[in-house]
Design a protein around this ligand. Structure first.
Ligand code: NAD
Ligand code: ZN
Length: 240
């Protein structure tokens, strides 16, 4: 580990690129690594369009289980720090792979959800969306076209939303600091996005207790939890 300790106060345009590790301290299970409960489930059997087409009720049951898990979790101090930083700096964007909605609950306003949200549904027929913690409705079919409501999540085999990717690339290419937090950096195309910040000449920081395949691409890797390392990066920032 090197001695370089970047402080957020030295930067103006910051992107926080977050993964499941960001929510680990809230009790949301990560996908891999210690406590990765999805290992217990044949995740891909429940999170892809063919599974939904074959048995929508089964796929909904799984997602409602995930909602119950996530719904019982609250934002952690790391989420709250990001929301507070957003109020202090000229430009802060959260680009997240998480679908738990905890950044928004903590008060972050500019959040780009690369993999969708557990709290939004989309009609598989006409594409309209509804958001809210009470979705889906008792009626699982769209009143307009009769199609199924499905979770508005990027499942295995789904394409990422072009508008979200465009906004994320724009923010990343225009930042002077990118902080990747709690992502294993193995799921593409999201994994490579942070590296776009290089083109902007930004400083790249990784926060993760474990090394990742992309660790070497960062200027510094802070080996610790999201909250602990973010607190260190906030030294010198007038947070109150
Ligand atoms: P991940 O579970 O792959 O990685 C989590 C990372 O967080 C790990 O590198 C871990 O070391 C780190 N971490 C753990 N606790 C931490 C803490 N307290 N603070 C900081 N870091 C901590 O999650 P990911 O990188 O977000 O996964 C990427 C995407 O993979 C997800 O968004 C999801 O869409 C997709 N996905 C993968 C699977 C699967 O592999 N089975 C299943 C579903 C979805
Ligand atoms: Zn419809």
């Amino acid at each position: 580990m090197n001695d370089f300790h970047p402080r957020i106060a030295q930067f103006e345009r910051v992107v926080f690129f977050t993964g499941a590790g960001m929510s680990a301290e809230s009790g949301v299970p990560t996908y891999r690594g210690t406590g990765g409960v999805w290992k217990e489930y044949d995740y891909e059997a429940y999170a892809c369009q063919p599974a939904f087409d074959a048995d929508p009720a089964k796929v909904w049951e799984f997602h409602n289980f995930r909602r119950r898990l996530v719904g019982a979790c609250a934002p952690n101090p790391g989420h709250t720090l990001l929301a507070r930083i957003e109020r202090l700096l000229p430009q802060v964007t959260v680009v997240t792979q998480n679908i738990d909605g905890l950044h928004q609950l903590a008060g972050s306003r500019r959040v780009l959800e690369l993999h969708g949200s557990l709290w939004r549904v989309r009609c598989a027929g006409c594409g309209q969306r509804h958001a809210g913690r009470d979705v889906p409705f008792a009626d699982l079919h769209c009143a307009d076209c009769g199609g199924w409501w499905r979770p508005d999540i990027v499942w295995f085999g789904d394409a990422l939303r072009a508008d979200v990717i465009r906004d994320a690339v724009e923010a990343i290419a225009d930042c002077d600091l990118l902080v990747a937090i709690g992502t294993s950096a193995v799921v593409y195309p999201a994994a490579a996005l942070p590296l776009e910040a290089r083109r902007a000449g930004a400083t790249l920081v990784e926060i993760n207790p474990e090394p990742t395949p992309l660790s070497d691409a960062y200027d510094v890797s802070l080996r610790g939890t999201a909250t602990e390392m973010l607190e260190r990066m906030c030294e010198g920032l007038a947070l109150n």
